[in-house]
Design a protein. Sequence first.
Length: 536
Amino acid sequence: MTALRSRRRERRGSRPLPSFGLTVAAVLVAAAAALPLVYLFVRAASGGAAAWSVVLRPQTAEVLTRTVALVVVVTAAATVIGGALAWLTERTDLPLRRVWTVAAALPLAVPSYVAALALLATAGPGGALSSSLSLEVTGFTGAALALTLSTYPYVYLLTAAALRRADPALEEAARGLGRSPSAVLREVTLPLVRPAIGAGALLAALYSLSDFGVVSLMRLDVLTRVIFQQYRTLFDRTPAAVLGLLLVVLTVIVLIGEARARGRAAPRAAPTASRPVGPVALGRWRAAAVAFCALVVGLALVLPVGVLIYWIARAETGVGLDAGIVAPALGSLGVSLVAGFAAVLAALPVALLVVRSPRPWTRALERLSYGANALPGVVVALALVFFAARYLGAVYQTLALLLFAYVVRFLPQALSGARTALAGVNPRLEEAARALGRGPRSAFAAVTMPLAAPGLLAGATIVFLSTMKELPMTLLLRPIGFETLATEVWSATSVSAYSRAAPAALLLVAVSAPIVLRMVVRRDGARAEAEALGAG
């Protein structure tokens, strides 16, 4: 025991102490990520008992119940659909498996509010199919369907990656013992991929909690929509902060539940599968499996793109070719590129501390930085409006504040990529460069950065994709006259100008699709990059 303690002390002593500048930079980044939480507590506490009375209102209980119900339904549906698609494309003799593998992931490129618009256009009030189907897809049903179609790719990507990496010997042994395909799936395959399914379900739940565009289009009063309305219509914003705390509490409950479920799981997957698993014959279920894949991809991908093309085709000549669409496109590309690289730069100090000097306080900084992932965009925007209007009037409603909001909101995505990239670089290479006469900064720039560049670029790409589609923060924080593709879609649809919204929405899909394709085509990196979408 004494020898063991001695070795532990030696290992701790051998860890280099982080530089003062790096520590200060990491602390500042973590403090920036904590600003929204600080705002919520300060604002709610300053309101006194009158502010907290909003929690006891019957309307709040209704909104809270509706929010929880929506999250439960979307998470369950996305888990079933994503898990089923992953199993069909990775473990069966499904016809056109490679086509379905790509098509099932592409709906990730479609913003959720665009999926909601397509559903409203076809099966909403006055939609093309609502009268023939005698069913209007709006309200809770419409929001649940749109969010399910937008979030099942998280479960699909993670589960498919886990299936590819699972040890095939376990399933083959079960088959050799006479177990039926359904029994192998239930008793062997599902336990193997349970952690991946749980991670995907967590992303779906967090997305459902933070969504604003879908529930607003579907006229469903959940916490995000009510917070936004109170912020825009009431002079006193303290009730909005109290409701924001309720939203954070729900998010923390989801995170704790997923962490406990992951702790109980006993993953038995190999780091990489040594050989492919023989496909399960679908037999008489083959036609039903193809129909299921076609239905999901049709609703999640073909329908939104088809509706957008239809709106453009029926519009007046020249719609989408003038400056009305060029300016928002340039705005989206500009802020997304800057936000992507700024988020990676902000994440680097924290990632370096955690990888190079793993100590309890550095891990605490990392967890604090990841905390921004638990906050919906509308809450982050409320916090920055409060601090900017009260203490930094010069940056209020400026592009700098909007970019800062993007970095804070999507910092966990960049941090996930940066930490993975830096952890994969052998520190002895940098030590060798120093031994040859290079300084610490020069050695890091010449050796570590080129090796970590692909992972850092992946993190920046994910932040770019998230910023392109982000809506509530942009609506609340954008400078006057500044438009993005997301706000252009929102502004046009708010006055039912769907033909004007279609080019912007189609551009969003066109820009996002190559990024999603990269995730799917680079099969070995699918899990890491899909995790980066939710980061944490």
